[in-house]
Design a protein around this ligand. Structure first.
Ligand code: GLN
Length: 382
């Protein structure tokens, strides 16, 4: 075996999502860990893919994406947020949200640049920043409210701050940013050259009639922001790995310098199918209601158990505090839940660099009614 040089990511192992899914499969447990739907997408969308493949659209798409899809994306953003992006120059179709995030960081973060993230944080931000020599500064949001103290965030800003990464709605905490959060953010970044990478892959899953405040609604933020979204979450096709990045022309030009060597372009028939399907906004306008029913079903089923339900304002994840049930660490508790009670979850400590343990786990409710019922049957016995 050859001697390897020092790992570029010495602290990184396999993601918690893969680990918990594997544990779920090994134990034949109901998998509420990794965030993916266990039901079929709309047959209409599947038929479009079939149609375009058979029609012969099987060669490279243009590097930035098929124009028809980029136009539909621009329309969707404008209708939702009154924000205008030029389809050809300001929208790039990517191989999922994670690739868009990777490429955005790769395009702008240099050695010793500082990047602020909010924890609990989705797991790809930090390693990607590190890979390009950047330094992560973190603000820890804490249970049960996961609020942001913007004065503390302000203290993290230095003249080396290159980027702030937001995740709104937040995976795993299920929280959304409020108007006051955005106004605080504007105060912090105005008169600086700080960029914002806004991971909004759960933008269409926001509950109780609350608004999703996108970064693009605020001109002071839009001009410095890379907005990332995902069709996997929008149309229940996480395995298709298609998303996009919307950003002003100057940022998009830099983004594409990396994108062209990272993936070059994203698969053609799926882009054409998505474009066709997006022409009817009803295909995504009801998503919040669809998932709110699942959230409420899960919450109702857990209401009389020892679990404490934390707020869930958006995403398809429900956070549960289990102090009344066990004093095990969240990792041990999640393992036990999978092995002995046959329900897999994700421990919150995996979303913190310092493995902060507040006895909280995450359940994914993007599942069939029958799956949720089975999981509840088991959870109610604990
Ligand atoms: N986004 C999903 C989650 O949070 C899955 C991510 C993954 O498996 N890489 O569970």
């Amino acid at each position: 075996m050859i001697q390897l040089p020092l790992s570029k990511l010495s602290n990184v192992g396999t993601t918690i999502f893969s680990q918990m899914t594997q544990l779920a499969n090994e134990n034949e447990a109901i998998n509420l860990s990794q965030g993916f739907p266990d039901f079929m997408p709309d047959p209409e969308l599947l038929n479009y893919v079939d149609h375009f493949i058979k029609k012969g659209f099987n060669q490279y798409a243009p590097m930035g994406g098929m124009i028809g899809l980029k136009e539909e994306i621009a329309k969707k953003i404008e209708n939702a947020h009154q924000a205008v992006y030029h389809p050809d120059l300001e929208i790039t179709v990517t191989a999922g949200g994670t690739q868009a995030i990777f490429t955005a960081i790769a395009s702008f973060v240099k050695k010793d640049d500082e990047v602020i993230i909010f924890e609990p944080a989705y797991d790809c931000y930090e390693p990607t920043v590190e890979l390009f020599g950047g330094i992560v500064k973190r603000f820890e949001m804490k249970a049960p409210d996961y609020e942001i103290n913007w004065n503390s965030v302000k203290d993290l800003v230095t003249d080396k701050t290159r980027m702030i990464i937001l995740n709104n709605p937040n995976n795993p905490a299920g929280k959304i940013l409020k108007e006051r959060d955005i106004q605080e953010l504007i105060t912090i970044v105005k008169d600086t050259s700080i960029l914002i990478l806004s991971d909004e892959v759960y933008e269409n899953i926001v509950f109780d009639g609350k608004p999703h405040l996108s970064i693009c609604q605020y001109p002071e933020l839009k001009e410095r922001s890379l907005l990332v979204a995902s069709f996997g979450k929008l149309f229940h096709v996480t395995g298709w790995k298609v998303g996009y990045c919307a950003a002003p022309e100057n940022l998009t030009a830099e983004f594409r310098k990396v994108h062209q060597f990272n993936v070059f372009s994203v698969n053609t028939p799926v882009q054409l199918a998505l474009a066709e399907y997006m022409k009817n906004p009803d295909h995504y306008n009801g998503l919040s209601i669809f998932f709110q029913e699942k959230r409420d079903f899960l919450r109702l089923g857990l209401a009389n158990t020892g679990f404490e339900l934390l707020d869930c304002e958006g995403t398809y994840f429900q956070a549960l505090k289990y102090d009344n049930i066990s004093d095990k660490s969240d990792i041990d508790f999640a393992r036990e839940l999978t092995i002995s009670h046959k329900v897999a979850s994700v421990p919150f400590s995996s979303f913190y660099k310092n493995k902060r343990n507040e006895n909280v786990i995450r359940l994914c409710f993007a599942k069939k009614q029958e799956t949720l019922e089975k999981a509840l049957e088991s959870l109610a016995k604990i």
